[in-house]
Design a protein around this ligand. Sequence first.
Ligand SMILES: [Zn+2]
Ligand SMILES: [Zn+2]
Length: 344
Amino acid sequence: MISNPENPSLNMTQIKVDALITKQFLAADLNEIRQMQEESKRKPPKTEIVWRNVFLFAALHIGALIGLYQLVLQAKWATVGWVFLLHTLGSMGVTGGAHRLWAHRSYKARFPMRVFLMLINSIAFQNDIIEWARDHRCHHKWTDTDADPHSTNRGMFFAHMGWLLVKKHEQLKVQGAKLDLSDLYADRVLMFQRRNYLPLVGIFCFALPTFIPVYFWGESALIAFYTAALFRYTFTLHATWCINSVSHWIGWQPYDHQASSVDNLWTSVAAVGEGGHNYHHTFPQDYRTSEHAEFLNWTRVLIDVGATLGLVYDRKTTAEEVIERQCKKFGCAEERAKMLQKLG
Ligand SMILES: [Zn+2]
Ligand SMILES: [Zn+2]
C-alpha cells in the first residue's frame, strides 16, 4: 500500500510493473498518477476559456478552409507537392526533434543535425522546443492527470486542442517545476530558437512557404499563402494533436493494458511515424517509438539517415526479451504478433 497520512482515503494498492520499465527515463509514475486522479475527482478542474486563443484559432481555421478549397480546385501541382513537403518536414521537426531527441533524449545528434531539426521544427510553429518538451515530459510522467497538459480525463476535444483554448491547470506548473530541464537550457541551439522564436516562425512557417511557390513556379501569392502557410500549418497541428486524442482513444494495446495510449495506424501515417503510442508510452526512450516497418515511420528513417551520415549516434532501443516479457505480463503477446504480421 502507498500510505498518504494527510488523506487516508487515498491509500491504495501499489501498481506492479516490470522493474526495467519503471527505470526508463520519463517512465510514467503510476502510483503518483493514481493519487492525482483521485484528488482530481474530489476537486474537478475548472475550465477558464482564453478568448484570445479561441479567436486566433477560429481565424486560422477559416483561413485553412479557404486554403483547402484552393488546394483542391485552384493551386498548381507544384504547390500541392510543396504543401506535402512542408507538412512532412515540419512534422519531422516536431517528431524527430522536439519529441524524440529533446523531450525523450532517445538519441544524440551533432550540432548540424540539431540546427536542421530546430529549423524544420520552426516550420510547424508549436511553441518553442523547450516549452514543447517540458509539456511533453509532464504528459509522460503524469499521464491523464491535472499535471498532463492534454489529459484525456477532460474529454477527447480537450486532449485534441481544447487544452490550448483554456488556462493551464495549476498542477501543471507545480509538477512541471519538479522536472529537470537543465539539458534543454544547456543546448545553445534551443536557446537560439527561444530568443529568436517569432522571427523564426515568421520566416519558416509563413514567409518562405508563401514566397517560394510565387518566385519559383509563378503561383498566385494569395493561393500560396492560404494553402502552403495557413492550410498546411493547420493540417500539421491536427496531425500532431491526433497523437494526444486519437492515439489515446481508438486502437490496440499489445504492450500495456493499464495505459490509455493505443497504437493506431492512421496517426502513424498523418504524423510521420508517431502512431505506435501504446509502445511509446511503455518504452518512452526507444527512438523508434514503434516496432512497425519504416514505411510507417518516416521519422525513424530520418534519424537512421542522420546516423548513416555520422550526424546521429547513441540511438536507444528496447531489447526483444524486455518487450516480450512486458507483453506477456501487462499487454497481449497474441495481439502484438498479429499486428507485427499485418504491418511488418
Ligand atoms: Zn513521447
Ligand atoms: Zn501520449
